[in-house]
Design a binder for this molecule. Structure first.
Ligand code: 1HE
Length: 267
């Protein structure tokens, strides 16, 4: 997709499609004939897309064209790699997915159909996950004689626990959408076909937050959660002081105190 077509500053490979809806970007895995399997150009495109997001974009929705979100690594590539090349390949996925996890803006993944292998790994790098009822989750790496390589060994135990991930890899266990919701893979479970609408609604809400809040939540909170409590308390004090000193925070607090801001309500 050319830069002019997408409205973004970069050329994307054919396997990716980007569009803008005001301050939200929608990035779609766009290789449905291969069930959105991720090949090298796709990984490079994902890295470049998130690295060059225009400042006007405040949140991203990541989704997949066709019947499945993503079938993981393009298995055709596996046959040709030696060990050094395989290490470099895994590191290229790490770089790309770090651009999502610790990038400029929060990312909402909208999941449907197969969310397997590297597909589950990229979903885990996103900040919010919306699942449609057709979604299912698996780590077929176990049965293919390989191991996760896209950051799944780090992110998935945090999301669902090491024991569940072991089970998925050793026994080939698959979780359906309801089970995935129950164990914490998805945050929201919606009817078939309603995922992008829900993803956009959430992205819009996220885009309306103060930028410093979104930064603190996506960059600082995960680091605090992984640090020792003493460092965590200190970092929390620092970031909360920085956030509340921001003009945007002051304006929002003033609006609340002057009864101009919405109250917290039950859904
Ligand atoms: C692929 C891939 C792929 C489909 N690489 N070509 N991932 C897996 O082990 C999952 C492999 N895929 C599947 O289990 C199934 O394709 C699905 C359950 C996802 C979908 O089934 P279905 O019946 O809709 O499609 P299909 O007929 O299996 O596939 C359609 C085409 O897509 C077919 O190609 P064609 O040329 O014969 O039409 C498939 O070969 C192709 N295709 N999935 C390559 N993954 C950084 S480490 C990450 C490690 C991993 O991700 S390992 C897990 C890999």
């Amino acid at each position: 997709m050319s830069a002019a077509e997408s409205g973004f500053d970069i050329e994307l490979p054919r396997s990716l499609k980007a569009e803008r809806r005001d301050d939200i970007a929608i990035l779609s895995l766009n290789r449905p004939e291969k069930r959105n399997a991720i090949d090298d150009p796709t990984v490079a495109g994902i890295e470049a897309f998130f690295a060059t997001l225009p400042d006007a974009i405040k949140a991203v929705v990541l989704t997949g064209e066709g019947e499945h979100f993503c079938s993981g690594l393009d298995l055709n590539e596996l046959t040709t790699r030696d060990v050094p090349q395989a290490i470099a390949h895994s590191r290229s996925w790490h770089r790309a997915f770090e651009r999502i996890e610790f990038g400029k803006v929060p990312v909402v993944a909208v999941l449907h159909g197969a969310v397997v292998g590297g597909g589950l790994e990229i979903a885990a790098a996103c900040h919010i996950r919306v699942a449609e009822r057709s979604a299912y989750y698996a780590l077929p790496e176990g049965s293919r004689g390989i191991f996760v390589g896209g950051g799944g060994a780090v992110r998935l135990p945090r999301l669902i626990g090491t024991a569940r991930m072991m089970d998925m890899m050793l026994t080939g266990r698959t979780y359906d959408a309801e089970e995935g919701q129950a164990i914490g893979i998805s945050h929201y479970l919606v009817e078939q076909g309603a995922g992008v609408r829900k993803g956009l609604e959430l992205a819009k809400r996220i885009a309306g937050n103060a930028p410093m809040t979104n930064f603190a939540v996506t960059h600082v909170l995960p680091r605090i959660a992984q640090s020792d409590p003493a460092s965590g308390y200190l970092t929390e004090a620092l970031i909360s002081a920085i956030a509340q000193d921001d003009d945007e925070a002051k304006a929002r607090l003033k609006a609340f105190l002057e009864k101009r801001a919405p109250k917290t309500v039950r859904n």
